[in-house]
Design a protein around this ligand. Structure first.
Ligand SMILES: [Zn+2]
Ligand SMILES: [Zn+2]
Length: 340
């Protein structure tokens, strides 16, 4: 096998076969089974469910033939081919920071007096790693919605007009790069403190390198966040765990829904910081943002964000209008969205 073919085979295996991959076929199959079961339970007529009807409900042509989906596919290919570079950098940073924090604490306070058993240390590290990831997702997402020059790169994700599991890859490379490093810092610090505090050198529980708690969410809710299957968690459960409908509100084009539900797996961060909006299973939502460019073209998804970011920082250099400011002198994201 030629080296190029070998690399391609390994890449495809990593993306579609590895059980810890964010786009593994097994996790997609799991999402499909949950969707089919949900549609089966929710249907009004009690006649036997025909396979053809179910297939049409699961894969509506208006979604799969949409220009938005074609853009998602292009960015998916770009993302998986550049992924090893971005993730590699992030993970190396996380391990490096973890080591730095642990050595720093050892040097300052001496070796930890706690000698936790390996099973306990492993459990605590696994939960910490997951919480570190999930909080870093919320924080990164919050910054991208609030900082004017970061929003244009994240906005690419919000120009999706229909949602499919591929939409989670509809992200600008700059957006990915920032997330890889923010998450690396937070996970690295959290795991460094835990390693030092428990005085045990264990690894977190993982499947093919992905935290096992995160894998559980990947197999149940995460793919459906970008889909037309509106499963909604309400009540106390909706304050703790993110349902697919929570993320649908995040994509809503209705200004009342802007900048809410920024989490990934847990709703607690949004609840704590006041950005949670509980889903209404009956609400009819439309997705996308106001756009003066073609939001599904290569230029619109990859180059245009640089212009918008430049315009957000130096509007006068391009003789463009300055964005409105709110009473406290901060730029609000709402005028930015309306304008773009
Ligand atoms: Zn967002
Ligand atoms: Zn999304």
């Amino acid at each position: 096998m030629s080296p190029a073919l070998d690399r391609l085979t390994r890449l495809l295996q990593h993306v579609f076969i590895d059980a810890g991959s964010t786009f593994s076929l097994i996790s997609l199959a799991s999402a499909l089974i949950i969707s089919a079961a949900w549609l089966g339970v929710r249907r009004k007529r009690r006649t036997p469910l025909q396979l053809k009807v179910l297939a049409r409900a699961l894969f509506p042509s208006r979604i799969w033939k949409h220009a938005s989906t074609r853009a998602d596919i292009g960015l998916f290919v770009l993302s998986i081919t550049g992924m090893s570079l971005l993730i590699g950098w992030g993970l190396v940073s996380a391990r490096g920071i973890e080591h730095m924090v642990e050595s720093g604490l050892n040097g300052t306070f001496g070796p930890s007096a706690v000698g936790a058993p390996a099973w306990l240390a492993c459990g605590v590290l696994t939960v910490t790693g997951f919480l570190g990831y999930d909080f870093s997702y919320w924080l990164d997402h919050y910054l991208k919605h609030r900082v004017s020059w970061l929003w244009p790169f994240h906005r690419v994700h919000h120009t999706a007009e229909v949602l499919t599991p591929l939409t989670s890859y509809r992200t600008h490379p700059v957006d990915n790069l920032i997330f890889a490093n923010i998450s690396a810092v937070i996970i690295g610090v959290a795991e460094g403190v835990v390693h030092y505090g428990l005085g045990a050198h264990v690894s977190e529980l993982a499947i093919a390198g992905t935290n096992i708690v995160l894998v559980a969410f990947l197999y149940t809710t995460i793919h459906l966040q970008h889909s037309h299957i509106r499963i909604a968690f309400t009540g106390w459960l909706g304050h703790v765990v993110f349902s697919p409908a929570h993320h649908h509100i995040h994509h809503s084009a209705d200004p009342r829904h802007y900048d809410c539900n920024l989490g990934s797996c847990l709703a607690v961060w949004d609840w704590m910081f006041g950005t949670l909006q509980m889903p209404d299973p009956k609400a009819r939502l439309t997705f996308g943002t106001v756009a003066e460019e073609d939001p599904h073209s290569a230029t619109g998804t990859l180059l245009y964000p640089f212009l918008l970011a430049f315009r957000a920082v130096w509007p006068r250099r391009l003789h463009l209008p300055v964005f409105e400011e709110n009473g406290e002198g901060d730029r609000t994201t709402e005028p930015l969205r309306k304008q773009w």
